[in-house]
Design a protein around this ligand. Structure first.
Ligand SMILES: [Zn+2]
Length: 351
């Protein structure tokens, strides 16, 4: 079908997992998404699908038993905190069961149907490693189970290998990197704000994978204040890498916190960037499963609709314009770009 997009959502993600103190990762995020999609006239282009309930123990596909048991134990103590960033409420269990079931079932469905599904769910996941905090981070950054890693691991269990994960959340997906760092069954391309300036402080360009995974972990680093033009530098590289890896399926950690003034980061993307990211993902022409990561205010109301419009092949006026990066920052971005190309050219044809 042309001009439609498959979105997975129900109010199970708006009615559960509520913070007991003021927190950016709260149920109001879902209202912002729905408002944004409606405001941009996208509702008639959406095929809605319901989330599927899973079991907490299915998280063992990625996480170690000790961590899964620790989380289960917290359900009895809720409301409580895993760390200063990450809370557990009395209804978190329900949100997590539906996240787990949704990512496992719909990633396989996307593969089998050769189609694209976008799961609008919470809490996010990409900061969690196998045993909780990843790569020495101080917190789990609002995340409890790693949704995109669960999708990838479950596809691998089905004999599907050659999985490209594109993570465009403004923070580094340290959990996802940690989990797949030593395998070539997954290629991770992670685009994020310079980790010298932002949590979780990992995701440097020289973290390229280990052993069989060497060359399959790609960090694309943007200096603070980077706009759409800096992101645009990378589109050909991402496409080149994806074509050479030639995955069986594409998974996306879709975060919208790089939108200018979304609140938690210093990237300055506009709707144009997210529209182009949607076009790029579509142009790979592979079965695709997308899961929501971050995005806390305007990013959800403007960036997510622009991305969704591109997935639905709708020509969008919001794709015009775009943010320009200050010249000094752009030069810094270019020098990171050249350094990254030199690094990647040991493994891939990139120019
Ligand atoms: Zn983020």
């Amino acid at each position: 079908m042309s001009n439609t997009v498959n979105l997975i959502y129900s109010d199970v993600f708006r009615q559960n997992h509520s913070p007991h103190v003021k927190h950016p990762e709260n149920p109001g995020r879902m209202r912002r998404v729905l408002t944004g999609l409606a405001r941009h006239g996208l509702k008639s282009f959406i095929n809605w699908h319901l989330p599927i309930e899973g079991e907490i123990d299915e998280a063992l596909k990625v996480h170690v038993r000790g961590y899964v048991n620790y989380v289960k134990d917290l359900f009895n103590k809720a409301p409580c905190e895993i760390d200063p960033d990450t809370y557990v409420s009395i209804t978190t269990l329900k949100a997590l069961k539906y996240s787990i079931g949704t990512v496992i079932n719909y990633s396989l469905k996307a593969y089998n149907d050769r189609s694209t599904y976008f799961a609008i769910l919470r809490p996010p996941g990409h900061h969690v490693g196998r045993g909780g905090k990843a790569l020495g981070a101080l917190t789990q950054g609002f995340c409890i189970f790693n949704n995109i890693a669960l999708a990838a691991s479950s596809l691998i269990e089905h004999g599907i290998s050659g999985i490209l994960i594109v993570d465009f959340d403004a923070h580094h997906g340290n959990g996802t990197q940690e989990i797949f760092y030593e395998t070539d069954q997954v290629m991770l391309i992670d685009i994020h704000q310079d980790p010298r300036t932002l949590y979780p402080f990992t995701g440097h360009i020289n973290e390229i994978g280990l052993g069989r995974g060497e060359g399959y972990n790609v960090n694309i680093v943007l200096p603070p204040l980077s706009g759409d033009d800096v992101l645009g530098l990378w589109f050909n590289i991402i496409t080149d890498l994806a074509k050479q890896y030639d995955p069986e399926v594409v998974l996306v950690s879709a975060g919208f916190d790089g939108y200018v003034n979304d609140g938690l980061t210093e990237l300055r993307y506009t709707s144009k960037a997210f529209y182009r990211l949607g076009k790029l993902i579509s142009s790979l022409n592979k079965p695709t499963f997308i899961v929501l990561e971050g995005g806390y205010s305007i990013g959800l109301e403007e960036g997510l609709p622009a991305f969704t419009a591109a997935l639905a092949s709708i020509e969008e006026p919001m794709a015009s314009g775009g943010s320009r990066t200050p010249p000094a920052i752009f030069s810094e971005a270019m020098s990171i770009y050249r350094e990254t190309i030199t690094m990647l050219s040991k493994y891939w044809r990139v120019k």
